[in-house]
Design a protein around this ligand. Structure first.
Ligand code: FMN
Length: 356
Protein backbone atom coordinates (compact mmCIF):
# COMPACT_ATOMS: atom_id res chain seq x y z
CA UNK A 1 0.00 0.00 0.00
CA UNK A 2 1.33 3.46 -0.88
CA UNK A 3 0.22 6.90 0.25
CA UNK A 4 -1.24 8.31 -2.94
CA UNK A 5 -3.71 11.09 -2.12
CA UNK A 6 -6.40 9.88 -4.54
CA UNK A 7 -7.12 6.15 -4.66
CA UNK A 8 -9.98 6.17 -7.17
CA UNK A 9 -8.04 4.93 -10.20
CA UNK A 10 -5.85 2.64 -8.07
CA UNK A 11 -8.94 0.89 -6.71
CA UNK A 12 -10.83 0.91 -10.02
CA UNK A 13 -7.99 -0.77 -11.92
CA UNK A 14 -6.29 -2.71 -9.10
CA UNK A 15 -2.86 -1.10 -9.51
CA UNK A 16 -0.23 0.17 -7.08
CA UNK A 17 0.76 3.48 -8.70
CA UNK A 18 -1.40 6.00 -10.62
CA UNK A 19 0.95 5.77 -13.60
CA UNK A 20 -0.53 4.42 -16.83
CA UNK A 21 1.54 3.38 -19.81
CA UNK A 22 -0.05 4.97 -22.89
CA UNK A 23 -1.07 2.46 -25.54
CA UNK A 24 1.21 3.16 -28.51
CA UNK A 25 0.24 1.38 -31.71
CA UNK A 26 3.33 0.15 -33.53
CA UNK A 27 5.66 1.16 -30.67
CA UNK A 28 4.41 -0.63 -27.57
CA UNK A 29 5.28 -4.30 -27.08
CA UNK A 30 4.11 -7.03 -24.70
CA UNK A 31 7.54 -6.74 -23.01
CA UNK A 32 6.94 -3.03 -22.35
CA UNK A 33 3.46 -3.77 -20.97
CA UNK A 34 4.69 -6.61 -18.75
CA UNK A 35 7.49 -4.58 -17.17
CA UNK A 36 5.18 -1.61 -16.45
CA UNK A 37 2.60 -3.97 -14.90
CA UNK A 38 5.15 -5.69 -12.70
CA UNK A 39 6.39 -2.29 -11.46
CA UNK A 40 2.86 -1.39 -10.29
CA UNK A 41 1.70 0.84 -13.17
CA UNK A 42 -1.10 0.04 -15.60
CA UNK A 43 0.03 -1.91 -18.66
CA UNK A 44 -1.35 -1.16 -22.11
CA UNK A 45 -1.46 -3.02 -25.40
CA UNK A 46 -2.48 -1.13 -28.56
CA UNK A 47 -4.38 -2.75 -31.42
CA UNK A 48 -4.76 -0.04 -34.05
CA UNK A 49 -2.06 -1.32 -36.41
CA UNK A 50 -2.45 -5.07 -35.89
CA UNK A 51 -5.00 -7.78 -36.69
CA UNK A 52 -7.40 -9.23 -34.10
CA UNK A 53 -5.32 -12.44 -34.16
CA UNK A 54 -2.14 -10.50 -33.28
CA UNK A 55 -3.98 -8.60 -30.56
CA UNK A 56 -5.05 -11.95 -29.09
CA UNK A 57 -1.47 -13.22 -29.25
CA UNK A 58 -0.13 -10.09 -27.51
CA UNK A 59 -2.70 -10.55 -24.74
CA UNK A 60 -1.82 -14.22 -24.40
CA UNK A 61 1.90 -13.32 -24.04
CA UNK A 62 0.98 -10.77 -21.39
CA UNK A 63 -1.21 -13.22 -19.47
CA UNK A 64 1.53 -15.88 -19.58
CA UNK A 65 3.98 -13.48 -17.94
CA UNK A 66 1.96 -11.69 -15.27
CA UNK A 67 -1.32 -11.74 -13.35
CA UNK A 68 -1.51 -7.91 -13.31
CA UNK A 69 -4.31 -6.03 -15.10
CA UNK A 70 -3.97 -4.72 -18.64
CA UNK A 71 -5.59 -2.04 -20.81
CA UNK A 72 -6.37 -3.14 -24.37
CA UNK A 73 -6.71 -0.13 -26.67
CA UNK A 74 -8.57 0.49 -29.92
CA UNK A 75 -9.17 3.28 -32.40
CA UNK A 76 -12.80 4.21 -33.13
CA UNK A 77 -12.50 6.22 -36.34
CA UNK A 78 -15.13 6.14 -39.05
CA UNK A 79 -13.94 3.82 -41.83
CA UNK A 80 -12.78 6.12 -44.66
CA UNK A 81 -14.82 6.69 -47.78
CA UNK A 82 -12.73 6.38 -50.95
CA UNK A 83 -12.22 9.76 -52.64
CA UNK A 84 -10.37 9.24 -55.95
CA UNK A 85 -9.93 12.99 -56.61
CA UNK A 86 -8.30 13.58 -53.24
CA UNK A 87 -6.17 10.47 -53.59
CA UNK A 88 -4.96 11.73 -56.98
CA UNK A 89 -4.19 15.18 -55.54
CA UNK A 90 -2.24 13.55 -52.69
CA UNK A 91 -0.25 11.38 -55.06
CA UNK A 92 0.51 14.46 -57.17
CA UNK A 93 1.81 16.25 -54.03
CA UNK A 94 4.09 13.30 -53.32
CA UNK A 95 5.18 12.68 -56.93
CA UNK A 96 8.37 14.82 -56.72
CA UNK A 97 9.57 12.62 -53.82
CA UNK A 98 8.84 9.45 -55.80
CA UNK A 99 10.88 10.83 -58.70
CA UNK A 100 13.72 11.92 -56.41
CA UNK A 101 13.96 8.33 -55.14
CA UNK A 102 13.71 6.80 -58.63
CA UNK A 103 10.19 5.45 -58.01
CA UNK A 104 7.27 5.55 -60.44
CA UNK A 105 4.75 8.09 -59.06
CA UNK A 106 1.94 6.01 -60.56
CA UNK A 107 3.04 2.73 -58.95
CA UNK A 108 0.26 0.84 -57.16
CA UNK A 109 0.20 1.31 -53.38
CA UNK A 110 -1.48 -0.81 -50.72
CA UNK A 111 -4.13 0.95 -48.64
CA UNK A 112 -3.13 1.82 -45.08
CA UNK A 113 -4.36 -0.79 -42.57
CA UNK A 114 -5.86 0.65 -39.41
CA UNK A 115 -9.10 -1.10 -38.57
CA UNK A 116 -11.48 0.60 -36.16
CA UNK A 117 -12.90 -1.42 -33.28
CA UNK A 118 -15.25 -4.00 -34.82
CA UNK A 119 -16.84 -7.42 -34.18
CA UNK A 120 -13.56 -9.28 -34.63
CA UNK A 121 -11.73 -7.08 -32.09
CA UNK A 122 -14.72 -7.33 -29.76
CA UNK A 123 -14.42 -11.12 -29.90
CA UNK A 124 -10.79 -10.75 -28.70
CA UNK A 125 -12.01 -8.71 -25.73
CA UNK A 126 -14.62 -11.37 -24.96
CA UNK A 127 -12.10 -14.18 -25.22
CA UNK A 128 -9.25 -12.61 -23.22
CA UNK A 129 -11.18 -10.27 -20.91
CA UNK A 130 -8.70 -7.42 -20.44
CA UNK A 131 -9.53 -5.63 -17.17
CA UNK A 132 -9.55 -2.27 -18.92
CA UNK A 133 -10.52 -1.39 -22.50
CA UNK A 134 -9.66 2.05 -23.84
CA UNK A 135 -10.80 3.88 -26.94
CA UNK A 136 -9.29 6.75 -28.95
CA UNK A 137 -11.36 8.92 -31.36
CA UNK A 138 -14.59 8.44 -29.42
CA UNK A 139 -16.48 5.27 -28.58
CA UNK A 140 -17.70 2.38 -30.72
CA UNK A 141 -21.37 1.90 -31.60
CA UNK A 142 -23.65 1.06 -28.66
CA UNK A 143 -24.04 -2.64 -29.41
CA UNK A 144 -20.24 -3.17 -29.40
CA UNK A 145 -19.78 -1.02 -26.30
CA UNK A 146 -22.44 -3.06 -24.49
CA UNK A 147 -20.62 -6.28 -25.39
CA UNK A 148 -17.36 -4.85 -23.99
CA UNK A 149 -19.06 -3.76 -20.78
CA UNK A 150 -20.71 -7.17 -20.44
CA UNK A 151 -17.22 -8.70 -20.10
CA UNK A 152 -16.77 -6.67 -16.90
CA UNK A 153 -14.05 -4.48 -18.43
CA UNK A 154 -13.64 -0.93 -17.17
CA UNK A 155 -14.04 1.37 -20.16
CA UNK A 156 -11.97 4.53 -20.55
CA UNK A 157 -11.52 6.92 -23.48
CA UNK A 158 -9.69 10.08 -24.48
CA UNK A 159 -11.30 13.53 -24.35
CA UNK A 160 -9.55 16.61 -25.74
CA UNK A 161 -12.28 19.10 -24.75
CA UNK A 162 -14.87 19.44 -21.98
CA UNK A 163 -17.82 18.55 -24.31
CA UNK A 164 -15.99 15.35 -25.32
CA UNK A 165 -15.47 14.46 -21.65
CA UNK A 166 -19.17 15.03 -20.92
CA UNK A 167 -20.15 12.88 -23.90
CA UNK A 168 -17.91 10.02 -22.72
CA UNK A 169 -19.40 10.22 -19.23
CA UNK A 170 -22.92 10.16 -20.69
CA UNK A 171 -22.09 7.06 -22.73
CA UNK A 172 -21.04 5.13 -19.61
CA UNK A 173 -17.23 5.39 -19.39
CA UNK A 174 -15.67 4.53 -16.02
CA UNK A 175 -12.90 7.17 -16.22
CA UNK A 176 -11.86 9.90 -18.65
CA UNK A 177 -8.41 10.45 -20.14
CA UNK A 178 -7.97 14.22 -20.52
CA UNK A 179 -5.52 14.44 -23.41
CA UNK A 180 -3.88 17.86 -23.51
CA UNK A 181 -2.49 19.37 -26.71
CA UNK A 182 1.09 18.61 -25.59
CA UNK A 183 0.52 14.87 -26.11
CA UNK A 184 2.50 12.83 -28.61
CA UNK A 185 0.77 10.76 -31.30
CA UNK A 186 -2.80 11.15 -32.52
CA UNK A 187 -5.21 13.61 -30.98
CA UNK A 188 -8.17 11.65 -29.62
CA UNK A 189 -10.56 14.44 -30.74
CA UNK A 190 -13.96 13.21 -31.95
CA UNK A 191 -16.57 15.99 -31.56
CA UNK A 192 -14.42 18.65 -33.18
CA UNK A 193 -11.90 18.85 -35.97
CA UNK A 194 -10.77 22.37 -35.05
CA UNK A 195 -7.15 21.92 -34.07
CA UNK A 196 -6.81 25.57 -32.98
CA UNK A 197 -9.32 24.90 -30.18
CA UNK A 198 -7.25 22.08 -28.63
CA UNK A 199 -6.35 22.83 -25.01
CA UNK A 200 -3.14 22.28 -23.04
CA UNK A 201 -3.09 19.72 -20.20
CA UNK A 202 -2.78 22.41 -17.51
CA UNK A 203 -6.06 24.07 -18.55
CA UNK A 204 -7.90 20.94 -19.70
CA UNK A 205 -7.52 18.68 -16.66
CA UNK A 206 -9.17 20.90 -14.00
CA UNK A 207 -12.01 21.81 -16.37
CA UNK A 208 -12.70 18.15 -17.09
CA UNK A 209 -12.46 17.36 -13.36
CA UNK A 210 -15.09 20.06 -12.71
CA UNK A 211 -17.34 18.90 -15.54
CA UNK A 212 -17.60 15.18 -14.85
CA UNK A 213 -18.11 13.01 -11.79
CA UNK A 214 -15.64 10.37 -12.95
CA UNK A 215 -11.97 10.00 -12.11
CA UNK A 216 -9.77 11.80 -14.62
CA UNK A 217 -6.46 10.60 -16.05
CA UNK A 218 -4.16 13.40 -17.25
CA UNK A 219 -2.21 12.81 -20.46
CA UNK A 220 0.11 15.02 -22.49
CA UNK A 221 3.50 16.47 -21.66
CA UNK A 222 4.03 14.49 -18.45
CA UNK A 223 7.50 12.94 -18.35
CA UNK A 224 8.88 13.42 -14.85
CA UNK A 225 7.71 13.50 -11.23
CA UNK A 226 7.01 17.24 -11.39
CA UNK A 227 4.46 16.58 -14.10
CA UNK A 228 2.89 13.73 -12.11
CA UNK A 229 2.51 15.88 -8.99
CA UNK A 230 1.17 18.84 -11.01
CA UNK A 231 -1.45 16.62 -12.67
CA UNK A 232 -2.60 15.32 -9.28
CA UNK A 233 -2.74 18.89 -7.94
CA UNK A 234 -5.01 19.81 -10.87
CA UNK A 235 -7.43 17.11 -9.75
CA UNK A 236 -6.33 14.16 -11.89
CA UNK A 237 -6.48 10.76 -10.19
CA UNK A 238 -3.70 9.33 -12.39
CA UNK A 239 -1.46 10.13 -15.33
CA UNK A 240 -1.01 8.43 -18.69
CA UNK A 241 2.46 8.70 -20.20
CA UNK A 242 3.53 7.85 -23.75
CA UNK A 243 6.59 9.69 -25.04
CA UNK A 244 8.78 9.08 -21.95
CA UNK A 245 8.27 5.31 -22.36
CA UNK A 246 9.32 5.47 -26.04
CA UNK A 247 12.90 5.84 -24.81
CA UNK A 248 12.72 2.62 -22.76
CA UNK A 249 14.57 -0.33 -24.28
CA UNK A 250 11.34 -2.39 -24.30
CA UNK A 251 9.70 0.01 -26.81
CA UNK A 252 9.93 -0.70 -30.53
CA UNK A 253 11.37 2.45 -32.04
CA UNK A 254 13.63 3.07 -35.05
CA UNK A 255 17.11 4.38 -34.17
CA UNK A 256 16.56 7.63 -36.08
CA UNK A 257 13.29 8.25 -34.20
CA UNK A 258 15.04 7.63 -30.88
CA UNK A 259 17.82 10.06 -31.86
CA UNK A 260 15.25 12.72 -32.77
CA UNK A 261 13.70 12.38 -29.28
CA UNK A 262 17.05 12.54 -27.53
CA UNK A 263 18.38 15.62 -29.31
CA UNK A 264 17.49 19.28 -29.60
CA UNK A 265 15.12 18.44 -32.44
CA UNK A 266 12.65 17.19 -29.85
CA UNK A 267 12.13 20.85 -28.93
CA UNK A 268 10.37 21.31 -32.25
CA UNK A 269 7.21 19.23 -32.37
CA UNK A 270 4.00 20.09 -34.18
CA UNK A 271 0.55 18.69 -34.83
CA UNK A 272 0.24 17.50 -38.42
CA UNK A 273 -2.14 15.51 -40.63
CA UNK A 274 0.31 14.60 -43.37
CA UNK A 275 1.24 11.12 -42.14
CA UNK A 276 -2.19 9.57 -41.63
CA UNK A 277 -4.87 12.16 -42.44
CA UNK A 278 -5.66 12.80 -38.75
CA UNK A 279 -3.97 15.34 -36.47
CA UNK A 280 -1.06 13.89 -34.51
CA UNK A 281 1.99 15.41 -32.80
CA UNK A 282 5.54 14.55 -33.82
CA UNK A 283 9.00 16.03 -34.22
CA UNK A 284 9.05 18.26 -37.31
CA UNK A 285 10.78 16.60 -40.25
CA UNK A 286 11.26 17.19 -43.96
CA UNK A 287 7.79 16.08 -45.07
CA UNK A 288 6.07 18.33 -42.52
CA UNK A 289 8.33 21.27 -43.40
CA UNK A 290 7.89 20.95 -47.16
CA UNK A 291 4.18 20.03 -47.40
CA UNK A 292 3.12 22.26 -44.53
CA UNK A 293 1.85 20.74 -41.31
CA UNK A 294 -1.71 20.52 -42.58
CA UNK A 295 -2.48 19.50 -46.12
CA UNK A 296 -6.04 19.63 -47.44
CA UNK A 297 -4.90 17.05 -50.01
CA UNK A 298 -4.17 14.41 -47.35
CA UNK A 299 -6.83 11.67 -47.73
CA UNK A 300 -9.09 10.71 -44.83
CA UNK A 301 -7.53 8.75 -41.94
CA UNK A 302 -5.80 6.38 -42.31
CA UNK A 303 -5.55 6.50 -46.12
CA UNK A 304 -2.90 9.25 -46.29
CA UNK A 305 -0.34 6.70 -45.09
CA UNK A 306 -0.81 4.45 -48.15
CA UNK A 307 0.99 6.63 -50.69
CA UNK A 308 3.73 7.41 -48.15
CA UNK A 309 4.60 3.74 -47.67
CA UNK A 310 6.91 3.37 -50.72
CA UNK A 311 8.81 6.54 -49.70
CA UNK A 312 9.23 5.20 -46.18
CA UNK A 313 10.27 1.74 -47.37
CA UNK A 314 12.95 3.29 -49.57
CA UNK A 315 14.39 5.71 -47.00
CA UNK A 316 13.92 4.37 -43.47
CA UNK A 317 16.21 1.33 -43.77
CA UNK A 318 19.11 3.67 -44.59
CA UNK A 319 18.45 5.79 -41.50
CA UNK A 320 16.48 8.64 -43.04
CA UNK A 321 13.64 10.30 -41.13
CA UNK A 322 12.45 12.46 -44.03
CA UNK A 323 9.11 10.63 -44.45
CA UNK A 324 8.84 8.90 -41.06
CA UNK A 325 6.34 10.04 -38.44
CA UNK A 326 8.50 10.90 -35.42
CA UNK A 327 5.62 10.84 -32.91
CA UNK A 328 6.52 12.79 -29.80
CA UNK A 329 4.89 14.91 -27.14
CA UNK A 330 6.29 18.26 -26.11
CA UNK A 331 8.12 16.90 -23.06
CA UNK A 332 10.50 14.45 -24.75
CA UNK A 333 13.52 16.33 -23.44
CA UNK A 334 12.36 15.66 -19.86
CA UNK A 335 12.34 11.91 -20.43
CA UNK A 336 15.17 9.85 -18.98
CA UNK A 337 15.98 6.75 -21.01
CA UNK A 338 15.74 3.73 -18.70
CA UNK A 339 13.97 0.38 -18.51
CA UNK A 340 10.23 0.94 -18.24
CA UNK A 341 9.83 -0.76 -14.86
CA UNK A 342 12.57 1.42 -13.41
CA UNK A 343 10.86 4.50 -14.84
CA UNK A 344 7.54 3.62 -13.17
CA UNK A 345 9.25 3.02 -9.81
CA UNK A 346 11.32 6.21 -10.09
CA UNK A 347 8.35 8.39 -11.08
CA UNK A 348 6.30 6.94 -8.22
CA UNK A 349 9.04 7.33 -5.60
CA UNK A 350 9.94 10.87 -6.69
CA UNK A 351 6.30 11.97 -6.90
CA UNK A 352 5.48 10.48 -3.47
CA UNK A 353 8.52 12.26 -1.99
CA UNK A 354 7.32 15.58 -3.44
CA UNK A 355 3.82 14.95 -2.09
CA UNK A 356 5.35 14.45 1.35
C1 FMN B 1 4.24 6.92 -30.33
C2 FMN B 1 2.87 7.14 -29.81
C3 FMN B 1 1.84 6.29 -30.22
C4 FMN B 1 0.56 6.45 -29.69
N1 FMN B 1 -0.43 5.56 -30.05
C5 FMN B 1 -1.63 5.59 -29.41
C6 FMN B 1 -2.58 4.55 -29.59
O1 FMN B 1 -2.36 3.59 -30.32
N2 FMN B 1 -3.75 4.64 -28.92
C7 FMN B 1 -4.03 5.67 -28.06
O2 FMN B 1 -5.09 5.69 -27.46
N3 FMN B 1 -3.14 6.68 -27.87
C8 FMN B 1 -1.96 6.66 -28.52
N4 FMN B 1 -1.02 7.65 -28.28
C9 FMN B 1 -1.39 8.81 -27.42
C10 FMN B 1 -1.22 8.46 -25.96
O3 FMN B 1 -2.30 7.66 -25.52
C11 FMN B 1 -1.14 9.67 -25.00
O4 FMN B 1 -2.26 10.50 -25.18
C12 FMN B 1 0.11 10.50 -25.16
O5 FMN B 1 1.24 9.70 -25.36
C13 FMN B 1 0.33 11.35 -23.91
O6 FMN B 1 1.26 12.37 -24.13
P1 FMN B 1 2.87 12.20 -23.97
O7 FMN B 1 3.29 11.49 -25.21
O8 FMN B 1 3.33 13.60 -23.90
O9 FMN B 1 3.13 11.39 -22.73
C14 FMN B 1 0.27 7.51 -28.79
C15 FMN B 1 1.31 8.36 -28.40
C16 FMN B 1 2.61 8.18 -28.89
C17 FMN B 1 3.70 9.09 -28.40
Amino acid sequence: MTNWPDRRILDLFGILHPILLAPMAGFGTPALAITVAEAGGLAALASATITPEQAGQDLASFRAATKKPVNLNFFCHQPPVADPAREAAWRARLAPYYRELGLDPAMPVAPSNREPFNDAFCAVVEAHRPEIVSFHFGLPERRLLDRVKATGARVIASATTVPEARRLEGEGCDAIIAQGAEAGGHRGMFLTSDISGQIGTFALVPQVVDAVGLPVIAAGGIADARGVVAALALGASAVQIGTAFLLSPEARIAPQHRRALETAEADETAITNVFTGRPARGVVNRLMRELGRFSSDAPQFPLAGGALAPLRAETEPVGSRDFMPLWSGQAARLARPMPAGELVRKLAAEALAKLG
